[in-house]
Ligand binder design. Structure first.
Ligand code: AMP
Length: 131
């Protein structure tokens, strides 16, 4: 069953301007800001303005305009940051952790945008199991 939205989560507080962020983009659907603990030379989070716990919750419950608006914003941010190859950048990784196995820490949907260096494999490679 879906987890109820916690209006006291840190990204809800950022959306209400109760705590600061290093803002890089904002429109009616989304806000983007630098991650407080960057894992790459560029590490930005894009969040929807509406209260959705996770990608799972968002894709099940959001309206089509919210979904389109949010993912358009992810694209705009990747281009504005100069990461997108369409803008002469060298690429980026977009990642959304959803739920326990993915170690989602903040229960408000966020897409991480990583870039600025070769990012290596998507997941740590597991040793091959013997046949
Ligand atoms: P996740 O594990 O996918 O839920 O990632 C949560 C991310 O939020 C982490 O990369 C944190 O560094 C980041 N984070 C937590 N608090 C803040 C904050 N106040 N401002 C910016 N980023 C934050």
């Amino acid at each position: 069953m879906a987890q109820p939205y916690d209006h006291d989560n840190v990204f809800a507080k950022i959306l209400r301007d109760e705590i600061p962020c290093k803002r890089v983009y904002e429109d009616p659907f989304a806000l983007a800001f630098h991650d407080i603990n960057p894992q790459a030379p560029v590490h930005v989070l894009v969040i929807p303005k509406a209260p959705y716990v996770s990608l799972d919750d968002f894709l099940a419950e959001a309206t089509d305009p919210q979904i389109t608006g949010f993912f358009r914003a992810v694209g705009k941010v990747s281009r504005a940051l100069g990461l997108a190859e369409s803008e002469g950048g060298s690429g980026f990784r977009a990642l959304a952790n959803a739920g326990g196995d993915a170690h989602q820490d903040v229960p408000h949907l966020h897409v991480h945008l990583f870039g600025g260096k070769p990012l290596g494999p998507m997941l740590a490679k597991q040793p091959e199991s013997p046949e």
